[in-house]
Design a protein around this ligand. Structure first.
Ligand code: SAM
Length: 288
């Protein structure tokens, strides 16, 4: 039996047994591997980095989608950047009030491979009539778009490779311009314990572009190294402070059945441990 070894960080690695090899190839943009692991089910890796597994994807996708959607309360138009496996679309389409979804992906082959090999992730959401799938670079799409969104979700890979442009000043500035008055941007922002520069660097960029910004966090087992951070930014402070009673009412009304998200977890996720607050402070000062 072979083993997949992720060597994203110097001096620390994660290993998963490849109990059933399913696919290995190169899209021309990224190296893709799909295999089955006895503990995590089907696993997708891009450029040697674990992107998602069947067993723990619910944590990431529920938090990235439901936290901003329920905080906002009236999301109609959504832009998703980085479609990949389609797990984020599966969670978005569960909200009946959402009317329009634009999803921008740089690598069509990843989407088609995942549709076939990880069907439980998208669970039909790629065929939802509200979805418009666009194959383009996320930053380039934003730069030419004149549309307004209530929510922008950046479900990207890490900043190395094709996603580098999604962690730049230009990206956050463009997002700010495409959001309505109480619109929200939520992003995947890596594991701060092992990717400390990413948290501080994003904090500085968000602070430059948005009236209100912050981070929330959740532990996704195969994103090793502790809690991962999600970036949050809005033109309005109100949405981040949506009270617990309102979240409870919206959650009940939505009819969502979740495995990770609860309104209480939602609120608690914005309370950051001291080491993350210190990294944010250091980033703001470093780049000031
Ligand atoms: N949803 C997954 C999870 O559970 O964490 C992982 C993210 S998904 C695999 C990330 C996608 O972002 C990939 O399909 C990748 O091709 C895409 N991507 C990377 N850079 C991009 C860019 N600049 N514009 C649009 N999509 C991009």
């Amino acid at each position: 039996m072979s083993e997949f070894r992720e060597t994203l960080y110097a001096g620390y690695a994660q290993a998963l047994s490849v109990d059933e090899p399913i696919y290995q190839g190169n899209t021309g943009q990224q190296e893709v591997q799909v295999f089955r692991n006895r503990r995590f089910g089907r696993v997708l890796t891009l450029d040697g980095v674990v992107q998602t597994t069947e067993a723990d994807e619910f944590v990431y996708h529920e938090m990235l989608a439901h936290v901003p959607i329920l905080a906002h309360g009236a999301v109609r138009r959504v832009l998703v950047i980085g479609v990949g496996d389609g797990g984020i679309l599966r969670e978005i389409v569960r909200h009946a009030g959402i009317e329009d979804i634009v999803a921008v992906e740089i690598d069509p082959q990843v989407v088609e491979l995942c549709r076939e090999l990880l069907p439980n992730h998208s669970a039909g959401a790629l065929d939802d009539p509200r979805l418009r799938l666009v194959y383009a670079d996320g930053l380039e799409y934003l730069a030419q778009s004149r549309e307004r969104f209530d929510l922008i979700l950046c479900d990207s890979t890490d900043p190395g490779g094709p996603a580098a442009s999604l962690f730049t000043d230009a990206f956050y500035r463009n997002c700010q311009q495409r959001l309505g008055a109480s619109g929200i941007l939520a992003t995947q922002n890596g594991v701060p314990f092992l990717q400390p520069e990413e948290l501080g660097g994003t904090a500085r960029r968000l602070a430059d572009s948005f009236a209100d910004w912050g981070f929330f966090h959740a532990a996704v087992p195969t994103y090793i190294g502790g809690s991962m951070a999600f970036g949050w930014a809005s033109n309005s402070e109100k949405v981040r402070r949506t009270d617990l009673e309102t979240l409870r009412q919206r959650f009940t009304k939505s009819g969502l059945v979740t495995r990770y998200y609860t309104p209480e977890v939602h609120q608690a996720a914005f309370a950051l441990p001291r080491y993350m607050l210190d990294l944010i402070e250091a980033g703001l000062q470093r780049d000031a």
